[in-house]
Ligand binder design. Structure first.
Ligand code: SAH
Length: 233
């Protein structure tokens, strides 16, 4: 049986927020696939690569692959398919292969598409858990995200004002990921319910980390991709 290909969860950005198990897998890897994107100015960036660098992982082992940031998933799938092919090839040559994901690799992580493909084609594969961004955000603000009988609802950006209102009235604590996709619904909720608590987080675990509960500011500011909100009644 060949060495499994390992999916390592890197955590939200702070290099210390990786598990020991994840770090060991990175240190022992011969080849590490890591997602990268291109900015509007044409520069290649990779938050994952930054984390790997800060963890002193051998640079020659890191293989960034470009992911398009548009909504059309077919281009991303092409990039993933090519990682799949190289990963399988490397594993056959006896190399220890790692694929990294930000936060937790099994939580709104499109790279899991490759994991499913390995499973479907009987390639041995393993997934190492990590800290998702919303958990790191709660810790950063010293929050008890949910307590006792409270229920948690995680929304990946696709919510209307009415749905949001209903969930909050039902007593859910809400986590909104991909916040930029439901800016209007969030603004209206803040206007309708100024008494609720709105915890806004941006770039948690990086030097650009930002946290605020200021409602006026939350209506005026833009929400970048790496932002999320926790709303409590
Ligand atoms: N697998 C990741 C989630 C990826 S989905 C995890 O476990 O956290 C991408 C969304 O996650 C972003 O739109 C944003 O809402 C959130 N996110 C990821 N990293 C973040 C960070 N460092 N700070 C704030 N939000 C973050």
């Amino acid at each position: 049986m060949s060495t499994p290909i390992i999916f390592v969860s890197l955590g939200p950005g702070d290099p210390e927020l990786i598990t020991l198990k994840g770090l060991k897998a990175l240190q022992q890897a011969d080849i590490i696939f890591c997602p990268a994107t291109t900015t509007s100015t044409g520069k290649q960036t990779s938050r994952s690569a930054n984390i790997l660098q800060e963890l002193n992982i051998e640079a020659s082992h890191i293989h960034p692959f470009l992911l398009p940031m548009n909504k059309d998933r077919s281009q991303a799938h092409q990039a993933y398919d090519s990682v799949y092919i190289t990963a399988v090839d490397s594993q056959r040559q006896g190399k220890r292969v790692v694929i990294v994901a930000e936060g937790d690799a099994g939580f709104y992580s499109s790279v899991h598409y490759i994991y499913d493909k390995f499973v479907a084609t009987n390639i041995s594969v393993e997934q190492i858990a990590g800290i998702p961004a919303f958990i790191a955000s709660g810790a950063m603000a010293g929050m008890h995200i949910v307590s006792q009988e409270e229920k948690l609802m995680v929304i990946p950006g696709n919510i209307t004002t009415i749905e949001l209102d209903n969930y909050l009235r039902e007593g859910f604590v809400i986590v909104i990921m991909k916040l930029s996709q439901c800016k209007e619904a969030v603004h209206q909720c803040i206007t309708l319910h100024p008494d609720y608590a709105y915890h806004y987080f941006e770039n948690v675990g990086t030097e650009k980390e930002y946290y605020t509960q200021n409602r006026k500011e939350l209506i005026e500011k833009g929400y970048p991709y790496f932002s999320l909100m926790i709303i409590r009644e």
